[in-house]
Ligand binder design. Structure first.
Ligand SMILES: [Zn+2]
Length: 503
C-alpha cells in the first residue's frame, strides 16, 4: 500500500466559507485522513505548501466536456478542477439507440464531437467515464434535447402520450443508473418546443428520484422574467429542485431586468423553494450561431434550415425575425468557430465586420456563413455589464461555473481560465468577494446542488480531491484573442489521492 501523502505548511480554505486557518492535510489512499494541525506518521511523503492556500478540488457544475473528459484532457485540471458536471443545457451524449446520427447532429456543435460517439443511456456513458476519464471525476446530467431527439427525432411537435411515456421511462432509467439530474435547453431546438405538460411530466420523474433540474431557460433577454416565472412554477408543480444555468440579463436593453430577476429568485428561495443559480465570471457568452435565429427555423434540423435559406422570401422573413430577436449589437457578436479551413481567417471578427467585408448586412453575413459551413458556426457575444456581473457573482445563491466548450477556432477564454479568473481577478484584483467565500462557490456549494456527498470540503473521510494555489500569483492567461493559455498560480492538483499536477 502506498504511504500516506502529507501536505504541510498551508493556509486551509476548507470549502465551508469559513476563514482560512494554518495547517496541513493528510491523505490516505483516496480519502482525507486529517485536516489542520497534524502529527504525521514517519513514513509519509511530505509536500511543503510554503504557506499557500489548500482547498478542496474545484467543482465545475456546468461544463460541456462530455466527450473530452474521456480522453484525459487537462484543460480544467490546470485550473484546479477535479470534478466536472457534464450534460448541460439539454445536451448529453446519450441516450441513443441503433441510429446514433440524430444525437450527434443535435449535439456535435456544443460537445465538440466528431466521428463515432454515443451511448445507450447514462449507465454506459458513466461506465466509459469511470474506465477512461483519468483527469477528473465525471458527473453527468441527462439532457432533455438528447432524450427528445432519441425518441422523436428533430420534429418540433408536442410529444404524443406514448412518446412522453417512453421519454419518462428512459429518464427514470438514466437517473437510476447514476445520472445526477436532468438538464433542459429551452432555447435550443427541439427542446424549445416542449410543452408545459411534457416538462412537468419529465420533472416529476426527476423529483421522485430527489435529483436536480438544471435549465438553460427559454430566454435570458427580452423574456427573462417570464422565463424565470415559468421555471419557478414548474419547480412548484413538479416538486423538482431547480438550478438556473448561467443566469444573466443579455443585451444592453435588458440589463435593468436583472435586479428584479434576482429578487424573484430570492423571494422564491425564502418561500421554501429549492432554487439557486450559477454564473460564469465573464461579460461575454458563447454558443452556436443558430441560436441567433428563431428556433422554428430548425424544425427538421440544419438541412431544413439550409433549404429555408434557399428560398428568397423565407430568407427575408428569417432575416427580419433574427434582427428583431437580437438583444445584442452585431458589433458585439463575434465568429469564434468554423468547420471549414477556407474561412478560418474570419474567426475573431464580428458579424458587423464580416458584413462590411462582404458588402452586405450583418444578418446576411450570418446566413451566408451558415450556408458555407453547413450550419457549423460558433459565436461569442458580449452580453452583460460589469455591474450586473458583480451582482450575480456576489449573490448568496450563485455558484460559479465555466460553461466551457471547445470549438474549431477560438474557444471562449472561460474554457481555460474560469477558476483563476474568479480567484485572481474577481477576488484579489477587484475585491468583489472574499477568498473563502469564492472557494465555497466552487466547492461545497456546487457539491450540494448536485448531491455530491463526500466532496467539496476538506474533512476527514471526504474524497482526497485537493487543489493548492498561490492566492497572490493566481491568474488566467487566456484572453478573448488568445484563449488557449493555461493559467498561473495553480501549484498542486490531487484527484482521489493521486497527484495530477505539481508545479
Ligand atoms: Zn446553456
Amino acid at each position: 500500500m502506498r504511504a500516506m501523502l502529507y501536505l504541510t505548511n498551508g493556509s486551509i480554505l476548507d470549502g465551508s466559507g469559513g476563514p482560512a486557518f494554518p495547517g496541513g492535510v493528510l491523505i490516505s489512499g483516496d480519502r482525507i485522513e486529517a485536516v489542520g494541525q497534524i502529527d504525521p506518521p514517519a513514513d509519509c511523503e511530505t509536500i511543503d505548501c510554503g504557506g499557500q492556500a489548500i482547498a478542496p478540488g474545484f467543482i465545475d457544475i456546468h461544463s460541456h466536456s462530455d466527450l473530452q473528459v474521456l480522453d484525459g484532457y487537462r484543460t480544467k485540471t490546470s485550473q484546479g478542477v477535479t470534478t466536472e458536471v457534464v450534460g448541460n443545457c439539454g445536451f448529453s451524449p446519450y441516450p441513443s439507440f441503433e441510429d446514433r446520427d440524430p444525437v450527434r447532429k443535435y449535439a456535435d456543435g456544443i460537445l465538440f464531437g466528431s466521428g463515432e460517439w454515443g451511448w445507450r443511456n447514462a449507465g454506459d456513458y458513466l461506465a466509459a467515464a469511470s474506465e477512461r476519464a483519468s483527469s477528473t471525476n465525471v458527473v453527468s446530467l441527462i439532457g432533455h434535447g438528447s432524450l427528445r431527439v432519441a425518441f422523436m427525432g428533430e420534429r418540433q411537435e408536442p410529444a404524443t402520450a406514448r412518446e412522453l411515456d417512453a421519454m419518462a421511462g428512459c429518464l427514470d432509467e438514466a437517473l437510476a443508473q447514476g445520472a445526477a439530474g436532468f438538464s433542459t435547453g429551452l432555447m435550443y431546438a427541439p427542446g424549445s418546443c416542449a410543452t408545459r405538460e411534457e416538462l412537468v411530466g419529465l420533472l416529476k420523474v426527476v423529483a421522485r428520484r430527489g435529483k436536480v433540474h438544471a435549465t438553460h431557460m427559454r430566454s435570458y433577454s427580452w423574456d427573462l422574467h417570464a422565463s424565470i416565472e415559468e421555471q419557478l412554477s414548474l419547480a412548484r408543480e413538479s416538486g423538482c429542485r431547480l438550478q438556473i444555468s448561467h443566469l444573466q440579463a443579455v443585451g444592453r436593453k435588458n440589463w435593468h431586468k436583472q435586479d428584479l430577476a434576482l429578487e424573484m429568485l430570492d423571494r422564491a428561495r425564502d418561500s421554501g423553494l429549492d432554487v439557486e443559480f450559477d454564473s460564469y465570471p465573464y461579460l461575454a457568452g458563447s454558443t452556436v450561431a443558430t441560436q441567433l435565429l428563431p428556433q422554428s427555423a430548425l424544425d427538421g434540423g440544419i438541412p431544413s434550415l439550409l433549404s429555408a435559406l434557399a428560398d428568397p422570401e423565407t430568407r427575408a422573413r428569417l432575416a427580419q425575425q433574427t434582427e428583431a430577436g437580437l438583444a445584442q449589437e452585431w458589433t458585439d457578436v463575434l465568429v469564434t468557430g468554423l468547420e471549414s479551413e477556407t474561412n478560418q481567417r474570419l474567426v475573431g471578427k464580428s458579424f458587423a465586420a464580416v458584413g462590411e467585408e462582404w458588402s452586405t448586412t450583418p444578418v446576411e453575413a450570418l446566413f451566408r456563413l451558415l450556408e458555407l459551413e453547413k450550419g457549423k458556426v460558433n459565436i461569442l457575444s458580449f452580453n452583460q455589464s460589469e455591474e450586473n456581473l458583480r451582482k450575480l457573482l456576489t449573490h448568496r445563491l450563485c455558484t460559479v461555473i465555466s460553461d466551457g466548450f471547445n470549438v474549431k477556432g477560438r474557444p471562449h477564454p472561460r474554457l481555460y481560465g474560469t477558476f483563476p479568473e474568479l480567484l485572481g481577478v474577481v477576488c484579489r484584483d477587484k475585491g468583489w468577494i472574499e477568498l473563502a467565500a469564492a472557494i465555497h462557490k466552487i466547492t461545497a456549494k456546487p457539491a450540494g446542488r448536485m448531491n455530491l456527498s463526500g466532496r467539496g470540503l476538506l474533512r476527514r473521510g471526504f474524497s482526497a480531491d485537493v487543489t493548492v494555489f498561490d492566492p497572490g500569483a493566481i491568474r488566467p492567461r487566456a484572453t478573448y484573442e488568445n484563449p488557449r493559455m493555461t493559467p498561473e498560480g495553480i501549484r498542486i492538483v490531487i484527484l482521489g489521492g493521486i497527484l495530477l499536477q505539481e508545479n
